[in-house]
Design a protein around this ligand. Structure first.
Ligand SMILES: *Cc1c(COP(=O)(O)O)cnc(C)c1O
Length: 461
């Protein structure tokens, strides 16, 4: 066999293994067997002196790796808030990996830079954000928050005549940071990475759903950044971003929205009321790898003031947004070299269209309501208003709820995680996978309710 044949066979093996894995993921246990997990120990060895044939490397990955994965991409994984991957996006990802483009400059990556530019414009349009905004494809919402807040930092400092990019924060006048008490922990990390410290933000009290209480916003003066949230990771609730803008923007504050998954409600005519006012903010962070169901790693930062984003991210010390013929992606991202992750976003939009995205989002929300309805009917307490795709259920005291969650994970029909919501332990059901059907929901409910009945006095239904 010549090198070309070997290379083809290898890539065909990868496609075959990948296809088989994804086909199996519809029916397989969500949690891998203890034997499969124990088997990953076989990966642990000293750095090999001599190599091994490529084909054997790939087989080893499939033999040991595939069975030891939690089936996160399957239709009955409801843990965290993560989503799966649309087939077309896995395919586009494979092809774009084969292209191996480094999307630093438009000139040498015309295809991928253009696809990303188109995908960004579509995102901005879908969310109803200002047309003048700039966006960047980053690894996830953590880095999207970081990126957008770097632009915020640039602007609030340049407004008071301080060049934070050149002179840093040591000796700089302080910035007031406001966050909701229920801000995602990664937002604090982003603030820390920006040199603001993880613990310096003023926490604004929230209501029973985790929404910032506008009446509790402190008096604002001087440079201020307000970090709001669209989609609480537990309840799915939205901060009243419009009211917050009304309250703080007259004082010159920058309003940022962490909309990792919640921003996608804007794609649905039925749900977009949840995002009312979000469009008036200054910057937004979201994930494509959650609710758009594209492969990791895929987040997006969007900033109304494109010049501030470019000033914070460009390495050319070009602090003006020059009207060059082409947009160089790396002028807007923390990374220089990176994969063309925006291609998968383009593929998802092209395959689904605006309508298909809306249907996917609405389907997940309707499946979440289906979970909530039957859990309530069985006598269990749903702790949140199910406005989006998140359901928090308590089966009684904390220990009982925890025992039921562990047993549900062990059972393997579906996978749901534990959380603590305002002092109560709850099972969190997050529906964000494109492929989850009502039958998947019903099969998961059957398993959950049977297990719950065993641990409580409730009769099985
Ligand atoms: C998931 C999430 C994040 C972090 O996103 P990553 O993509 O994991 O970096 C931030 N904020 C919210 C509200 C989230 O749900």
């Amino acid at each position: 066999m010549n090198d070309k044949d070997q290379s083809r066979e290898l890539l065909e093996d990868a496609a075959r293994f990948g296809i088989r894995y994804r086909e199996d993921s519809v029916d397989r246990r969500v949690k891998p067997s203890p034997e499969a997990v124990a088997n990953v120990e076989r990966f642990i060895e000293p750095l090999p002196e001599a190599g091994m044939p490529d084909k054997a490397v790939l087989s080893l990955l499939d033999d040991i790796g595939s069975p030891a994965t939690v089936t996160m991409t399957g239709p009955r994984f409801f843990g965290f808030v993560i989503g799966g991957s649309l087939p077309v996006t896995v395919a586009s990802n494979w092809l774009a990996t084969a292209w191996d483009q480094n999307v630093v400059m438009h000139e040498v990556t015309p295809a991928t830079a253009t696809l990303e530019r188109v995908a960004m414009n579509w995102l901005i349009e879908l969310f109803g954000l200002p047309g003048e905004s700039a966006a960047s494809f980053v690894t996830g919402a953590t880095v999207a928050n970081f990126t957008a807040l770097a632009a915020a930092r640039n602007r609030v400092y340049s407004d008071i005549g301080w060049n934070v990019e050149a002179d840093g924060l040591i000796g700089a006048p302080p910035v007031t940071l406001l966050v909701g008490e229920e801000a995602h922990p990664t937002l604090m990390k982003s603030l820390g990475l920006l040199g603001f410290g993880r613990g310096t933000a003023i926490q604004v009290p929230v209501d029973g759903q985790g929404r910032m209480d506008v009446s509790k916003l402190p008096q604002i003066k001087g440079p201020t950044i307000v970090c709001t949230q669209a989609g609480n990771l537990n309840t799915g609730a939205f901060d009243p971003v419009g009211d917050i803008c009304d309250a703080v923007r007259p004082h010159g504050a920058w309003v940022h929205v962490d909309g990792a998954f919640g921003l996608w409600a804007a794609a649905s005519p039925r749900l977009q009321h949840l995002c009312a006012g979000v469009q008036r903010a200054d910057s937004w962070a979201t994930d494509a790898h959650k609710w758009l169901n594209v492969p990791y790693d895929s987040g997006v930062a969007i900033v109304r003031d494109a010049g501030a984003l470019k000033s914070a991210m460009s390495i050319t010390a070009d602090y003006l947004l020059t009207e060059t013929e082409f947009r160089n992606p790396s002028d807007f991202t923390p990374e220089l070299s990176r994969r063309a992750r925006g291609v998968d976003v383009w593929a998802a939009f092209k395959a689904l269209g605006r309508k298909g995205v809306a249907e996917m989002i609405e389907r997940c929300c309707s499946n979440a309501r289906r979970f909530a309805d039957r859990l309530r009917a069985a006598g269990y307490v749903v702790l949140n208003d199910v406005v989006l795709n998140q359901v928090l259920v308590s089966f009684g005291d904390d220990a009982t709820t925890r025992a039921i969650i562990a047993a549900v994970q062990e059972d393997g029909t579906c996978w749901c995680g534990a959380t603590v919501w305002q002092g109560h332990t709850a099972m969190r059901i997050s529906v964000c996978n494109w492929s989850t059907t009502t039958s998947d929901v019903d099969a998961s409910l059957d398993a959950i309710l049977t297990i719950a009945a065993r641990h409580t006095d409730a009769p099985p239904r």
